[in-house]
Design a protein around this ligand. Structure first.
Ligand SMILES: [Zn+2]
Ligand SMILES: [Zn+2]
Length: 153
């Protein structure tokens, strides 16, 4: 699923600026990485971003993709998510949102909901420490996995 064109353009601007502020030159390769991560709403891992960028920049190295995404994540411009077993996945959606995670295939889908946004830290949370963000995670089985299960059962 692709993000809206104007929203993607806004994210590309923001991420490009972030790389320059991190002291990195905005090379053609890095710009292509930024374009891929800004438009991909599947929360891709490094390998997936690498494969997509390689279609347009055949000389790109996995290491360049890895380091570019790590730099963006260090600066808080993209989110490194560890909801699923295996490699870290990256989320370029800067808006407040929540997630549905399929425990079978590893699908991660954004969930937006004002009621969820209204959740406040409980008294217990406040005793434990300062809460900077709240994100709800719905874990379960996505519809395609459910129908696969139904046909193989
Ligand atoms: Zn699934
Ligand atoms: Zn997300």
């Amino acid at each position: 699923m692709a993000a809206r064109v104007d929203e993607v353009a806004r994210r590309v601007d923001q991420l490009s600026r972030g790389l320059r502020e991190a002291g990195l030159r905005l090379t053609h390769q890095r710009l292509e990485i930024v374009r891929v991560i800004a438009a991909d709403e599947t929360h891709p891992d490094v390998e997936t971003v690498y494969r997509a960028v390689r279609e347009r920049v055949p000389t790109i190295s996995l290491d360049t993709v890895y380091r570019t995404l790590a730099t963006l994540a260090e600066r808080g411009l993209i989110l490194r998510v560890l909801f699923t077993p295996g490699p870290a996945r990256y989320d370029a959606n800067p808006a407040r949102h929540h997630h549905f995670v399929c425990t079978h295939c590893g699908l991660i889908r954004d969930v937006e909901n004002a009621d969820l946004d209204a959740i406040r830290p409980t008294a217990e949370v406040a005793r434990i420490g300062r809460c900077d963000a709240i994100s709800v995670q719905f874990r379960g089985v996505c519809a395609p996995c459910q129908s696969r299960e139904a046909t193989t059962a």
